[in-house]
Write a protein that binds this ligand. Structure first.
Ligand code: FAD
Length: 469
């Protein structure tokens, strides 16, 4: 009797525990992907763009091994049951999802299938350590990153690298829907023209090799410089499970110096920490981890929100980030922090508004990482930045984009402005602006707010909720 291999966010054949275990049974394998509503939150548009390409790539890899990806759409349990009925399968193997509603749904599905006499087995293929595996001395979840990561590294064993079975025996003639009918790729308008990505397992491996050959060598020092290609850009590949985090970690340990590799593995640890927090504290998805922050006096400012989304705040680093996000579906981490902080602190707009925009536009949109990072910036999260840390968008630009490579790429209107004024164009003398061919307020907006005033306003608001002077 065949085994159903239920693919979700583990779209790879290497280092795939569910596939390896299914192959170990020696029985035929039915690889299936079910397009169902995500029970935690429906996927955003950029995620669906990615999914479309990643599933096609997975199908090609399966075909190379003699199999094929079966596509179904609708309620997961109903679809699994009908596949089981059509094929006589009596087992379902999958890699787990750890978001609260998905986790609960999987438990329910396993329960239902068991009552049908179908075995259901789940594995961890997406995180360094399964949530619940890393707890503190009192068996409670960690709330601070550093001890969490220390405990994780002390307890979790990297699994051995596997490449999966060479041939995957699949019963012929199982009905499948067609990818094209799902229409996940945007049509009118197709906003994805600037998306320079290769979704799929081969794309993930290429991104990792590229990183190890270049950025990894100076990662610790350069990862904060958005003008350099110094980070791995593995985030969407990791989100869709096109590469295992342990594989990325181990290859970095082999190829980079110990210090660079440790920094990279620590960033992978933040991904685990985010998943762990969301799993143990499910309300953080839309409620402040620190409840006192629920009384933040947020402003209702549709125009400010729109200027932020469109990259028209008049602050070049913020605008560069927001335009990079819109054009490519990704934003550099340093700039994510600055842009998010600008929304939450300078504009005093609820972090949930920004989180929702990122959710729809990021190709790496990940519920746990997005929510955790937004709450970190807002100050309301576990182990968050202290409330008085308010990123200065000018200073951050001068420090991390000193040569202006990043801003000139994403805000070309400012291209000819000398470095000295690039991050605060309104401070440039009239003749400098004229020489640069820049008419402020026409070619590029004047700042929509004054940094010092906004900072003072944010501190006042934050003091009321944090109870500090
Ligand atoms: P690298 O520097 O190469 O890091 C390697 C991997 O470590 C990343 O691919 C990612 O999986 C993980 N990682 C690195 N930093 C973080 C972090 N701070 N938190 C969690 N994981 C991390 N990341 C997402 O994957 N999805 C999101 O939806 C997301 N939303 C964010 C929202 C805000 C406001 C901020 C400040 C950060 C957010 N991040 C998110 C984290 C981070 O910005 C991205 O993971 C990173 O920029 C991805 O680029 P990279 O793969 O080149 O990173």
């Amino acid at each position: 009797k065949p085994v159903v291999l239920w693919f979700r966010r583990d779209l790879r054949l290497n280092d795939n525990p569910a596939l390896n275990q299914a192959a170990a049974t020696g029985r035929p394998i039915l690889p299936v992907f079910i397009l169902d509503r995500d029970p935690d939150r429906p996927a955003g548009a950029a995620s669906l763009w990615w999914l479309d390409k990643s599933l096609r790539a997975l199908d090609v890899s399966l075909q190379e091994r003699g199999a094929r990806l079966i596509l179904r759409r609708g309620d997961s349990l109903i679809q699994l049951r009908s596949l089981i009925e059509e094929t006589g399968a009596d087992a379902v193997f999958m890699n787990r999802l750890f978001e609260p509603a998905a986790f609960a749904r999987d438990a329910e599905i396993a329960h239902e299938l068991k009552s049908d006499g179908v075995e259901c087995r789940g594995f961890n293929g997406s995180l360094l350590a399964r949530p619940g595996a890393v707890l503190n001395g009192s068996d409670a979840p960690y709330r601070v990153f550093t001890p969490f990561m220390k405990a994780l590294l002390a307890s979790a064993e990297p699994p051995p690298h596997t490449t999966g079975p060479r041939r995957i025996e699949t019963p012929a003639e199982v009905a499948s829907e067609a990818m094209d009918d799902w229409a996940l790729h945007p049509t009118r308008p197709d906003w994805s023209k600037g998306f320079d990505w290769t979704p799929g397992e081969a794309g993930a491996a290429a991104a990792l090799s590229d990183f190890l050959a270049r950025g990894a060598k100076t990662y610790a020092a350069d990862r904060d410089r958005p003008g350099l290609p110094s980070t791995s850009r593995l985030s969407p590949h990791l989100h869709w499970g096109e590469i295992s985090p342990w594989r990325a970690a181990q290859r970095a340990r082999e190829a980079a110096s110990a210090a660079e590799a440790a920094k990279f593995v620590s960033e992978l640890g933040w991904r685990d920490f985010s998943a762990h927090l969301l799993h143990h504290f499910p309300t953080i998805v839309d409620r402040a981890f620190r409840p006192e922050y629920e009384s933040m006096p947020w402003r209702n400012d549709p125009e400010g929100l729109e200027a932020w989304k469109r990259g028209r705040t008049g602050y070049p680093l913020v605008d560069s980030g927001m335009r990079q996000l819109w054009t490519t579906g990704w934003m550099h981490n340093r700039v994510r922090m600055v842009a998010a902080s600008f929304l939450v602190k300078h504009l005093l707009i609820d972090w949930r508004e920004g989180e929702a925009w990122f959710w729809d536009t990021l190709v790496d949109a990940d519920l746990a990482s997005n929510v955790q990072n937004w709450q970190w910036v807002a100050g309301s999260g576990a182990d968050a930045a202290p409330y008085f840390r308010i990123f200065n968008p000018i200073g951050q630009g001068e420090k991390f984009d000193a040569d202006g490579a990043y801003v000139r790429r994403w805000v070309p209107e400012l291209r000819r402005l000398p470095d000295r004024w690039l991050h605060a164009p309104w401070t440039a003398p009239a003749e400098v602006l004229r020489d640069a061919g820049l008419r402020l307020g026409k070619d590029y907006p004047r700042p929509i707010l004054d940094h010092a005033q906004a900072r003072a306003r944010a501190l006042d608001a934050l003091k009321t909720v944090s109870g500090r002077d």
